[in-house]
Ligand binder design. Structure first.
Ligand SMILES: C[S@@+](CC[C@H](N)C(=O)[O-])C[C@H]1O[C@@H](n2cnc3c(N)ncnc32)[C@H](O)[C@@H]1O
Length: 300
């Protein structure tokens, strides 16, 4: 992306223990808490590893690495764990559906998502993980320290507010082959213009047979979370002010945008998905999260 002067735009960067990077760690912490449940919807053994490694980098990061570790912030972690478990599971299923017709997967804003390592991909599948350089560097260090080299996992360190397509192509992405795409926990952090460009780029790089799964957060949800006492208290104790990190510029609904681009789109509320998975999102905070939308789209 260029400025009006023709120079490339330089964006802020973050690592795993600050800014938007910290949100990736929070999601991993929720998956670590989930892993201890007998009825876990996702079994992510990497999540606790990432949290412990981040704590050793910065001991002030007080995120749980397991169910017995939620401490005083249980009022946030427990509903968040339910929501993240549902979200992770529905997108696991979406990607595994997607690779029935595709042998390449692109996880946009992958953060500490360990799907490349933990899902049973058909042989020959390549998983591209796109995120900020320092987030991916931290993740790689932890994976390397555990000596895991399974699968064809390729990192794409780039800012999704810039032209990220060249970086993806440079790593061997094939635009002529169908792709299973995922954008989970990403849209609220993007400026409206970057979100528009994101969908246009996905469309341009998607051969027929491609699929896309997206998490969308509505304006009403943002309003409800902003100033919610549990979120405010947790922001203080955890040092993560989620609402301040969100970009609240008005934007076109992504379902409408995808339909305009010619994709077939199905939308379900997170609450309905949760009911279907036997993990209803109940209570005040989980109830707000239940209003989120899980979007699954396909390009014919
Ligand atoms: C809430 S986390 C979600 C991580 C992952 N999808 C998951 O669910 O575990 C948000 C992620 O988006 C990434 N992200 C947000 N804005 C980005 C940008 N402009 N460029 C690259 N990555 C970005 C952050 O670095 C972070 O890893």
């Amino acid at each position: 992306m260029l400025t009006t002067s023709g120079r490339p735009r330089v964006h802020d960067q973050w690592d795993i223990t600050n800014g938007v990077g910290l949100t990736a760690l929070a999601v991993a912490a929720a998956r670590a808490v989930e892993a201890g449940r007998p009825d876990a919807l996702v079994h992510d053994r990497w999540a606790a590893e990432f949290v412990r490694a981040a704590r050793s980098v910065d001991p002030s990061v007080d995120f749980p690495a397991g169910a017995d570790d939620v401490g005083d912030d249980a009022e946030l972690w427990l509903p968040m764990t339910d929501y993240m478990a549902v979200r992770s599971r529905v997108f696991d299923d979406a990607l595994l559906d997607g690779v029935r017709a595709a042998r390449q997967v692109v996880v946009l804003a992958a953060g500490l998502d360990a799907r490349a390592l933990r899902l049973p991909w058909p042989s020959g599948t390549t998983v591209f993980e796109v995120d900020q350089p320092r987030v991916l560097a931290f993740k790689q260090e932890v994976i390397d320290s555990r000596g895991d080299t399974s699968g064809d996992r390729r990192t794409v360190p780039v800012d999704l507010r810039d032209d990220w397509s060249s970086a993806l192509l440079d790593r061997g992405f094939d635009p002529a082959a169908p792709t299973a795409w995922l954008a989970e926990g990403l849209l609220p952090y993007l400026p409206a213009e970057a979100e528009k460009a994101l969908f246009e780029t996905i469309d341009r790089l998607s051969a027929p047979g491609s699929t896309l799964a997206v998490e969308a957060v509505g304006e009403d949800q943002v309003e409800a979370i902003d100033g919610h006492p549990v979120v405010t208290r947790s922001a203080e104790s955890l040092g993560m002010d989620i609402v301040a990190l969100w970009n609240r510029e008005p934007r076109t609904d992504c379902t409408a945008r995808l339909r305009e681009l010619g994709w077939e789109v199905a939308t379900e509320s997170a609450g309905a998905v949760a009911q279907g998975l036997g993990r209803p999102l109940v209570g005040d905070v989980a109830g707000i999260m239940a209003e989120g939308r899980i979007i699954r789209a396909g390009k014919g």
